[in-house]
Design a protein around this ligand. Structure first.
Ligand SMILES: *[C@@H]1O[C@H](CO)[C@@H](O)[C@H](O)[C@H]1NC(C)=O
Ligand SMILES: *[C@@H]1O[C@H](CO)[C@@H](O)[C@H](O)[C@H]1NC(C)=O
Ligand SMILES: *[C@@H]1O[C@H](CO)[C@@H](O)[C@H](O)[C@H]1NC(C)=O
Length: 341
């Protein structure tokens, strides 16, 4: 095909061809990175996520017409920024000729004519396209098939295909590296260590704190100071130690019977109802009873949130400083929920 001046690997045809490029989620990317910052969305070249503490803490998309450049952590014009998830999308927008990787077939490469069209070339039997230096190299692994494609420059990350080893990300490529003999790379702190962090999956943390009350337990004095909201004659009182526990009361002098709100709700003492946690500001552990990865911190105008798995306080990126716990996203505008007041 004219316009292509690709060096084609024309040696023996015995190597395996690289297959489909592996797919990763933004959670997968964050899990390998001890630092915090932006990553690209492997499913959508307009999307980005923000990693912190090995967790994906927010995500969003670039504005219309912009594509996320993971290496520079910025949104760029689609006519000059490669769409990491689609060669066709890159060429549709490209205003000048360029070569692009073809994501589902590393044996091929694409060529953007600069007029919206794409053409394809082939690296020959056993060859794979290396987009970083625009050549065909020997397979069987596809050089583009690395989490570094969605991560910024000059960082070290864990190798998801080789736990205990690391990748040095540069320009979307991962240079594999290994710790000294007998040591393992820990993606949680970016250090080599003697103990193997790869045994088992310790991702499941139970964030439900224990409570000292059990359902149906009768507690003396729990109803003191409470009143019913007319026309009701019975009333409910907060247990004053969790966000979701309450007492059922018949008289202010009687015992209170403890109960818990349904999962996902907290007890609002003002309305005496179990409601969305965002609709009032409970000052006890807001992670209790919600099964959510993050919760806004009470009294901080949603500028802080808690990572429920480890009770750490975290902050949204300055471009989207407010944490919207209902949608689990960092936003530019302060959400209208009471918890953000
Ligand atoms: C790319 O698109 C932007 C926004 O539409 C425009 O300002 C810019 O001139 C374009 N660049 C090229 C090379 O066409
Ligand atoms: C774009 O340019 C190529 C090469 O000149 C040509 O073959 C193709 O038909 C053009 N496509 C459009 C949509 O003009
Ligand atoms: C081109 O990139 C591939 C994959 O990253 C690498 O293996 C190869 O050595 C590079 N070749 C040159 C000439 O830089």
């Amino acid at each position: 095909m004219k316009g292509f001046n690709m060096k084609v690997c024309a040696l023996a045809a015995c190597l395996l061809l690289a297959g489909q490029v592996a797919s990763y989620s933004m959670e997968d990317l964050c899990a390998q990175w001890s630092g915090s910052g932006y990553v690209g969305d492997p499913a959508d070249c307009h999307g980005w996520g923000y990693c912190q503490g090995q967790k994906l803490v927010s995500w969003n998309k670039c504005k219309d017409g912009l594509v996320f450049n993971a290496q520079t952590s910025s949104c760029g014009f689609d006519n000059s920024t490669i769409c990491t998830t689609s060669a066709v999308a890159t060429c549709t927008a490209a205003k000048s000729p360029m070569y692009v990787a073809v994501l589902n077939d590393c044996n091929q490469y694409g060529y953007c004519f600069g007029n919206g069209s794409i053409g394809y070339g082939n690296c020959g039997a056993g060859g794979v396209y290396a987009a970083n230096n625009n050549t065909c190299v020997w397979g069987p692994t596809c050089p583009q098939d690395t989490i570094c494609r969605f991560m910024k420059n000059d960082i070290f990350v864990g190798d998801p295909n080789n736990c205990g080893s690391y990748l040095q990300c540069n320009n979307g490529y991962g240079t594999p590296g290994q710790c000294a003999p007998g040591k393992y790379y820990n993606p949680g702190n970016g250090m080599c260590q003697a103990t193997n962090p790869c045994t088992g999956n310790s991702g499941n943390s139970d964030s439900n704190p224990g409570t000292t009350y059990t359902v149906g337990q009768s507690v003396a004095g729990a109803c003191t100071g409470g009143t019913a909201i007319a026309p009701a004659t019975t009333f409910f009182m907060a247990d004053k130690q969790t966000c979701y526990g309450y007492f059922y009361c018949t008289t202010a002098a009687g015992n209170g019977i403890w109960n818990a709100c349904l999962t996902g709700t907290h007890f609002d003492p003002t309305t005496q109802k179990c409601l969305s946690p965002a609709s009032f500001a409970c000052t006890y552990n807001r992670c209790g009873n919600v099964n959510a990865p993050f919760m806004a911190v009470s009294g901080q105008s949603c500028k802080q949130y808690e990572i429920c798995s480890n009770s750490a306080t975290a902050y949204c990126p300055s471009s989207n400083p407010y944490y919207d716990e209902v949608h689990n996203i960092c936003t530019a505008d302060r959400p209208a929920y009471k918890i953000c007041a």
